[in-house]
Design a protein around this ligand. Structure first.
Ligand SMILES: *[C@@H]1O[C@H](CO)[C@@H](O)[C@H](O)[C@H]1NC(C)=O
Ligand SMILES: *[C@@H]1O[C@H](CO)[C@@H](O)[C@H](O)[C@H]1NC(C)=O
Ligand SMILES: *[C@@H]1O[C@H](CO)[C@@H](O)[C@H](O)[C@H]1NC(C)=O
Ligand SMILES: *[C@@H]1O[C@H](CO)[C@@H](O)[C@H](O)[C@H]1NC(C)=O
Length: 271
């Protein structure tokens, strides 16, 4: 501390805080300058926070679409269940058909757990996506709190303060560049992680939906006696992979291959 500061400090003791700066232009000027820099520093740290918050919000909002889709799916499963319950009451054949195929319907709890596991793993990835950003922010905060504050206390003239501020500005600029690069990386990795989650949920949901649809078809055919087997339902259900479906190929694998008997009907269930 220089003589002027010491002098004003003594005056503060004597005359109170309000008088402090009235007697010392330089100190007032420098204090205000340092204070302005502190505000600037806080604004930069706040800007980092805001940008991370926006990143998180976007990420979370995208994941919420999975929950919304799941609600529709759960609703479809319930509506179907109710329809089947009503159908069962109509007559014995219906009851027989429903009971026969009910076990292959997608279960609400299982489907829910499957879909939710997709978004859960994406939520779990969020902290690791932001890890580097947090560290960069912490580095800058530490620099302001330790290096800047220590250095500025040691100054007793304007040139020294200017130098400390200039060093801080340079550190800030480098840190901001790092932060921006890391934000780009996080955004990119975040997109990948979201895509994985949406794909995972899409697969789980479309499996459940197609199971729902195919089971419904089986029950409908069975209860309308509209199966190829007269008066009943088709016993011979062959599951074939959707990979085998190819509209441009004139032939498919022989479903009777390796079997020693032919049944009177054949139902293909494509999965
Ligand atoms: C204090 O600063 C003002 C302008 O900011 C100037 O006009 C004035 O002469 C200064 N007084 C002293 C004591 O340096
Ligand atoms: C995003 O979701 C995570 C995990 O549920 C939560 O911890 C975080 O506070 C959420 N962030 C925002 C901005 O909503
Ligand atoms: C469908 O069959 C055609 C002709 O055999 C073949 O060129 C094509 O790759 C097949 N597509 C798929 C998706 O398997
Ligand atoms: C067909 O094979 C099964 C065993 O795989 C056998 O039990 C059955 O008797 C055979 N049917 C005829 C008609 O040969």
């Amino acid at each position: 501390m220089g003589f002027t500061s010491l002098f004003s400090l003594l005056l503060v003791v004597v005359t109170g805080t309000l008088a402090e700066h009235a007697f010392d232009n330089t100190t007032t000027h420098l204090d205000a300058y340092i204070e302005a820099n502190r505000r600037h520093h806080n604004a930069i740290l706040q800007d980092y926070e805001n940008r991370m918050e926006i990143f998180e919000t976007n990420y979370n909002e995208s994941l919420k679409t999975i929950d919304i889709q799941l609600e529709f799916l759960v609703n479809a499963i319930r509506v179907n269940e109710e329809a089947l319950n009503t159908l069962e009451l109509l007559n014995e054949l219906n009851k027989e058909c429903v009971n026969k195929y009910k076990p292959s319907l997608p279960e609400e709890e299982v489907t829910k757990a499957l879909v939710q596991s997709c978004s859960y793993s994406a939520y779990k990835r969020l902290p690791s996506l932001e890890e580097d950003l947090m560290e960069t922010r912490m580095n800058l905060k530490d620099y302001y709190a330790r290096t800047f504050e220590t250095d500025v206390t040691l100054c007793d003239n304007e040139a020294c303060v200017t130098n400390v501020v200039s060093k801080a500005n340079s550190f800030t600029a480098t840190n901001q560049k790092t932060f921006a690069t890391q934000m780009d990386t996080a955004t990119c990795l975040g997109k990948g992680s979201l895509k994985t989650a949406l794909d995972c949920s899409f697969t789980a949901q479309s499996n459940a939906l197609s199971l729902l649809a195919s089971t419904k078809t089986l029950i409908d055919r069975c209860s309308q006696k509209a199966d190829c087997k007269p008066g009943g339902y088709c016993e011979h259900v062959e599951k074939i992979s959707s990979h085998m479906v190819n509209y441009t190929k004139p032939m498919v694998d022989n479903p009777f291959y390796g079997k020693n008997e032919t049944s009177s009907c054949l139902l293909w269930q494509i999965y």
